[in-house]
Design a protein around this ligand. Structure first.
Ligand SMILES: [Fe+2]
Ligand SMILES: [Fe+2]
Length: 164
């Protein structure tokens, strides 16, 4: 059954959100690299690739329902950071806002009785819980370490993040 126009539209918006997230993570990767925190930069780079996969997953889904993928513009942000804790705060806020977007799309799919789209979005709902948890973990630790002014601990955490 062909996808309905308003579902197609909200999924296309979600494709844009995934690319926006990807670019934000790439920007954070670059900013952390500039601070010589290569491990955190690597962590962000992995997130960047995951967001691209999310966009791909939605694109495949839209097309499998005979929908049309319409690429949308977005504003690219570059970041200058003083501390890795700022990067993880931004990443966490980004994930929370993306969770809200996915929930909105899911609500529309429920309203429209579009069961396949609900199933597709359930994967994203589960994924968001994991992503928020990961960001929150690093946000909490980097914030505490920064508050203590413990560079050694920050470097150790950076090393751990680099093993991801
Ligand atoms: Fe995503
Ligand atoms: Fe994400």
């Amino acid at each position: 059954m062909k996808i309905e126009t308003d579902i197609e539209l909200i999924l296309n918006e979600q494709v844009r959100h995934e690319f926006e997230s990807a670019y934000a993570y790439l920007g954070l990767c670059s900013a952390l690299n500039a601070l010589n925190f290569d491990g955190f930069a690597h962590w962000m780079r992995k997130q960047y690739r995951e967001e691209l996969e999310h966009a791909d997953r939605l694109i495949d889904y839209i097309q499998s329902r005979q929908g049309v993928v319409q690429l949308q513009d977005f504003k690219v942000k570059n970041f200058t950071l003083k501390c890795p804790c700022e990067a993880f705060k931004m990443a966490y806020d980004l994930e929370v806002s993306n969770t809200k977007n996915i929930h909105r799309a899911y609500e529309l799919a429920v309203k429209k009785h579009d069961y396949p789209t609900q199933v597709c979005l359930q994967w994203f709902i589960t994924e968001q819980v994991e992503e928020e948890e990961q960001c929150s973990h690093y946000m909490g630790l980097t914030h505490r370490i920064a508050t203590d002014g413990n560079l050694q601990a920050m470097m150790e955490l950076d090393r751990i993040a680099g093993e991801r």
